[in-house]
Design a protein around this ligand. Structure first.
Ligand code: NAP
Length: 334
């Protein structure tokens, strides 16, 4: 931050693997980033994104025996802090990207007072959230048999009976992938026809390990500390029954956390931020996006971290290529 003007070089919004990797790179480039890291959620006592809800992560390179999600995020945060990144544990609730310096506002975590931060560049890493069924038992058993990511967790379900909820491409992709590990995969769908593309439907229907439960809703995930079955309700017959599975994958879609940027940053139809090909640049100069907020394909910690690195390097280069004139600095402090 410039002592004279109070204008920061870069503010990072969000603290998942994308935001924290951006913070490490930006801090090591002496940009003294401020990370507005978000708040603890109902399922996690720390901010840090979706990995705070994950137990073992076995596919993040560098950890032979795997690492727990909160530990990985804690390490990344401490690493960013070591190089001078500053953190504030709250959410940005308003932004103004209409003119330089850009402005973001948050409520002070202790006093609740509204704080305005002026900054030359912003890295948006607010992530996405998996849509959930809304059951108390589903939240309680998240990471204990309930998962939202087959790529991340499928490996833990070798030889087991698994259920996938949803009728879209994600559900069938997860179901197909899970047949590499599980003995059976039951797709539970609330209607009698799938939303997924024809090719994905054909693939799933032709997979001997996959079966379908139609017109069916999960009403409870059974088990105290791990999944022991599902209580389901048939919407046509009204009957309730138990499905004997030890894993439940919820694949009913994702939603990017982009409400803050509606009408400001370019988004696709599903609300994901759009970035230039091979870059983290958004439609506004000096505003960069990384991680799941701009990626609805890969959604992995390592890809998020990779794009976080890109965003910090893009921001650093943009700041260097767009030096602030003395006049502009005087104007900005008026
Ligand atoms: P989606 O297409 O929105 O499908 C969500 C599915 O979940 C729907 O079948 C929906 O049921 C069901 N659902 C929603 N809320 C539910 C609830 N509360 N309880 C039970 N079921 C619920 O989402 P998606 O599958 O994640 O796909 C998102 C986009 O990514 C799509 O455009 C998709 O084509 C694309 N995608 C493509 C690929 C691929 O090509 N390989 C892979 C993954 C995703 P209804 O059908 O009754 O609404």
């Amino acid at each position: 931050m410039s002592e004279a003007t109070g204008i920061r070089e870069v503010v990072i919004i969000g603290s998942g693997p994308a935001g924290l990797t951006a913070a490490i790179y930006a801090a090591r480039a002496n940009l003294l980033p401020l990370v507005v890291e978000g708040e603890p959620s109902s399922t996690s006592d720390q901010p840090g994104g979706q990995l705070m809800l994950t137990t073992d992560i076995e596919n993040f390179p560098g950890f032979i025996e795997g690492i727990e999600g909160p530990q990985l995020m804690g390490n990344m945060r401490a690493q960013a802090e070591r190089f001078g990144a500053e953190f504030v544990t709250t959410k940005v609730h308003r932004v103004d990207f209409s003119a330089q310096p850009y402005r973001v506002w948050y409520h002070h975590p202790s006093t609740g007072e509204e704080v305005e931060v002026r900054t030359r560049s912003v890295i948006v890493s607010t992530g996405a959230r998996s849509l959930m069924l809304g059951l108390e038992s589903e939240v309680r058993l998240l990471s204990h048999g309930v998962s939202t990511c087959a790529t991340c967790d499928g490996f833990f379900f070798r030889g087991q009976h698994i259920a996938v909820v949803g009728g879209g491409d994600s559900a069938l992709e997860e179901a197909n992938f899970l047949t590499k590990f599980g003995d059976t995969v039951t797709v539970i769908h609330r209607r009698d026809s799938l939303r997924a593309s024809k090719i994905m439907q054909d693939r799933a229907r032709n997979n001997p390990k996959i079966s379908f439960l139609w017109n069916t809703e999960v009403v409870e995930v059974l088990g105290e500390n791990k999944v022991e079955g599902l209580r389901v309700h048939n919407k046509v017959t009204g009957e309730e029954s138990v499905v004997n599975v030890t894993g439940l994958f919820v694949a009913i879609g994702h939603a990017p956390n982009t409400d803050l940027f509606k009408g400001i940053l370019d988004m696709d139809d599903a609300g994901y931020l759009q970035t230039a090909a091979g870059s983290s640049a958004t439609n506004l100069p000096g505003i960069f996006a990384c991680g799941d907020v701009q990626d609805h394909i890969y959604r992995q910690a390592i890809t998020a971290a990779g794009t976080g690195c890109m965003a910090a390097m893009d921001a650093e280069r943009w700041l260097e290529a767009n030096p602030v004139s003395a006049d502009a600095l005087v104007d900005a402090t008026d």
